[in-house]
Write a protein that binds this ligand. Sequence first.
Ligand code: COA
Length: 203
Amino acid sequence: MRKVKKAVLSICESRKIAMPDEINPHGTLFGGVMMSWIDKVGYMCAQNYAEWKKTVTANIDQISFYNPVYSGDHVVLKAYVAHVGKSSMQIDVHVTKEDPILKNKILVADAYMTFVSVNQAGKGRLVPELILETDADFERNAKAQVRIQMRKELILKLAAINPKSKYPQFKNVDSPIKLLKMDIIKKLKHHTRIEKIINYVLN
Ligand SMILES: CC(C)(COP(=O)(O)OP(=O)(O)OC[C@H]1O[C@@H](n2cnc3c(N)ncnc32)[C@H](O)[C@@H]1OP(=O)(O)O)[C@@H](O)C(=O)NCCC(=O)NCCS
């Protein structure tokens, strides 16, 4: 039987201080340093959820920077398991900077990523089913589902430009041509003659 795990048990927090050698020529934290911090905390969250088994970064849907970080700023990164498939985990990372005296927090960045738990052969390995409890858990989960859907819609839109293009990053979902065909057939499901023609053209 598949194990279950509460989302709250995998929340992972990491604290950093921006050091002078991590600052870019404009005097703010180099974006690549922040991306590395985000990937690490996301990885720790996912690997914890995946019972400490080997886990890899598969995809970053979005990473946004909202406010600059300066030398000496205290940076707090928090990672949450938002959604789980069979072996994949959607991880949300929120980054704030904190004034240690005033304790005020400013949102600095956020990122939405996919990690995959893999076996020795590098193939997807089943992770526990996700238990959602709080309103925040449910909200993160609903948003992650929208992102997963958006990835599929992106393939459709790209496929509309050139249905024969290959999208290696999307090799795990149906091929663009198949998705396009399913979409068209769904829209025209009562038009059997047209359906046959579409099948003929797309196959
Ligand atoms: C990620 C990786 C393990 C997927 O391997 P694969 O043979 O395609 O695995 P599968 O087809 O069995 O897919 C496994 C899961 O990953 C998901 N997945 C794979 N690639 C994905 C991508 N680019 N974006 C989102 N999800 C992805 C699948 O949807 C599937 O999810 P599910 O099990 O929850 O249904 C493989 O592509 C890989 O090793 N990539 C390199 C990872 C890496 O080096 N990262 C940087 C350093 S850690």
